[in-house]
Ligand binder design. Structure first.
Ligand code: BEZ
Ligand code: FE
Length: 283
């Protein structure tokens, strides 16, 4: 059957990228065009809807500045950031799963010795966190650099409090000879992702929750092992099933029970993948 000019449009656009010298750029642009055209055809997009989309993306760009990245937030709520984690991390089975990095990490946070108060004045219920860093065969990983960061009981990170002149709820520890580390802090609480921009309006229009379940962020680096970026969540959190950025993995949900002295305590083992182990991809 003879195909109309419009039927050939997608192929024509893809062919127009055919001379791209960089093969990877050619592959990415060709696939992007095919998916974009397919999406427009599938939903039968109207002119008004197309214009609304253009205006939405314009507003996303206009919301960005040195402190705010609305495009990353858009990627987060569309699940694209988590899809990137899934495609890129590919940790072997048995290793701790990765999740989104988020916008609140700060390089150069203060260093703490074991038992240090990472909360450093953050408001909330006192707790202790005990971790152990090990490799895929259970071997201890001493000397791992453990970055932690978290919100306080108002659901705010220290960087969201312009009046603060010091780090609160963030710090760097080093694992000991047995791979262990521990610190004092406050129990993290759920918080909404920023809703004062176009991404917030999208969540509202689609009746989606903006509330991230409570979590503690970790970035763990050690020679010979892949850097692990992850969170540990609280099992009692009502928002686990509706995380707006799709960062929850069942293996990252933990109990935070009271210890013998009544203080809430998280104990969690982090299993790092070796640099050269490929393993199965996370789904
Ligand atoms: C976070 O966990 O800090 C976060 C992740 C994605 C979007 C907003 C916040
Ligand atoms: Fe967070």
């Amino acid at each position: 059957m003879q195909r109309s000019g419009f039927d050939r449009l997608t192929d024509q656009v893809v062919e127009r990228f055919g001379d791209t010298p960089d093969p990877r750029l050619r592959e990415i642009m060709s696939s992007l065009v095919r998916h974009l055209h397919g999406f427009i055809r599938e939903v039968g997009l109207t002119e008004a809807e197309w214009m609304q989309g253009i205006e939405f993306l314009t507003a996303v760009g206009q919301k960005c500045d040195a402190r705010r990245q609305e495009f990353i937030l858009l990627s987060d709520v569309l699940g694209a950031s988590m899809q990137m984690v899934s495609v890129q991390s590919g940790n072997p089975a048995g290793c701790t799963e990765s999740t989104v990095f988020g916008p609140f990490h700060v390089e150069g946070a203060p260093h703490y010795a074991d038992g240090g108060d990472v909360g450093n004045g953050a408001s909330g219920t006192a707790c202790r966190v005990r971790g152990r860093v090990c490799g895929p065969d259970g071997e201890a990983v001493p000397g791992a650099i453990v970055d932690v960061w978290q919100s306080d009981d108002d659901g705010l990170y220290d960087v969201q409090r312009p009046e603060l002149d010091r780090a609160q709820g963030r710090g760097v520890l080093t694992s000991g000879p047995d791979g262990g580390f521990w610190f004092r802090t406050v129990v993290p609480e759920p918080y909404p992702i920023p809703t004062d921009g176009p991404v917030g309006r999208l969540l509202q229009a689609t009746r989606r929750s903006a509330w991230r379940p409570a979590h503690l962020h970790f970035r763990i680096r050690a020679d010979g092992y892949r850097t692990l970026i992850t969170h540990v969540f609280r099992r009692d959190d009502p928002h686990l099933g509706t995380d707006p950025v799709f960062g929850v993995r069942p293996s990252l949900i933990a109990d935070w029970p009271p210890a013998a002295d009544g203080i809430t305590q998280l104990s969690f083992d982090f299993v790092l993948a070796r640099v050269h182990d490929s393993g199965s991809k996370e789904s």
